[in-house]
Design a protein around this ligand. Sequence first.
Ligand SMILES: NC(=O)c1ccc[n+]([C@@H]2O[C@H](COP(=O)([O-])OP(=O)(O)OC[C@H]3O[C@@H](n4cnc5c(N)ncnc54)[C@H](OP(=O)(O)O)[C@@H]3O)[C@@H](O)[C@H]2O)c1
Length: 317
Amino acid sequence: MRTALDAPARSGPARRVLVAGASGFLGRSVVRALSSAGYDVRGLVRDAARGDRVEADGGTPVVGDILDLRTLKSAATGCSGIVHLAANPPAEEDAERVRVDGAANLVRIARQEGVARLVIGSGYWVYGSQSGLIDEDCPVAPQGESGVNHAAEREGLEANRTGQLEVLVVRPGMVYGNGSWFQGLAEAIRTGEYRVVGGGSNRWSFIDRWDAGRAFRAVLEDGDPGEVYNAVDGRPAPLREFADFVAAELGVPPPATVTLETAERAVGAIAARHLAADRPTSGAKLRRLGWRPQIPSYRLGVPELLREMFPREGPVR
Ligand SMILES: NC(=O)c1ccc[n+]([C@@H]2O[C@H](COP(=O)([O-])OP(=O)(O)OC[C@H]3O[C@@H](n4cnc5c(N)ncnc54)[C@H](OP(=O)(O)O)[C@@H]3O)[C@@H](O)[C@H]2O)c1
């Protein structure tokens, strides 16, 4: 089937895609999803030593920096699509630059190189807490890391609005996999240090890491320009239920609870409120593109993931 990505770039073969953030947690899933679908994937890495990750996922590493237009231009040559998942931890000085100036740089280079579309990775933390199902038309209340993600979204969507190139946004939910927040949560539950913030009746919305990669592919290929897509498995669950499930799989007692006030003192108000927020999120719009999660619930994905993460502990339960 012909997709927007088959539009020829000014030079080089069609179906070549640049992934910025290719050595990262989400970027790796996108490299893997695209390369296994036959794309020629260029993975931007700042450090050549990280190139082995890109190769392991089936891509070709290109050394460069999203804040350096010269290296970015040569990395994007011949590409028909770009995915932006470059990010630095919120506490780091250049966190905002990498996400927001990085998005602007990608727009600029994409135009120069004749790239057809750009997908900006964001996250569902841009939404506020609400009890009703969250779709892409719901109001946002971005703060902290999600404020930076939202600013990167707007940078890209403005370029779409003004007709510079096709830009689309993906807002994944809580992406569980071997790394990132899930690694910290599982280790803390295993050692008895994890605390559920508030009562734990607030719902999180999940997506398996490799399903997230395939969601980016679906949006890149078939999404409508200027649109935002949530990427979730469609089965939101209360935080308490999730944490207790992980504990049971690890064979340890359910984690204790802390009040929101205590959590705010421990991890800061923004992070604590994010953890306690109710975000039951709809993935219906993405499903209309034909995407379906291969792991439809964390209850199916987490047990095997924990066995992979803690292989020497023997069976986790
Ligand atoms: N993890 C989740 O569950 C999740 C869920 C929803 C949304 N998100 C969002 O997705 C984005 C990516 O998150 P992540 O968890 O994948 O982050 P990550 O694992 O920290 O990966 C970030 C990537 O960005 C690269 N990078 C940093 N600065 C760069 C620069 N100047 N030029 C080029 N590359 C640079 C890093 O390269 P190095 O290897 O050189 O450090 C790394 O590959 C963030 O905006 C995050 O908020 C994440």
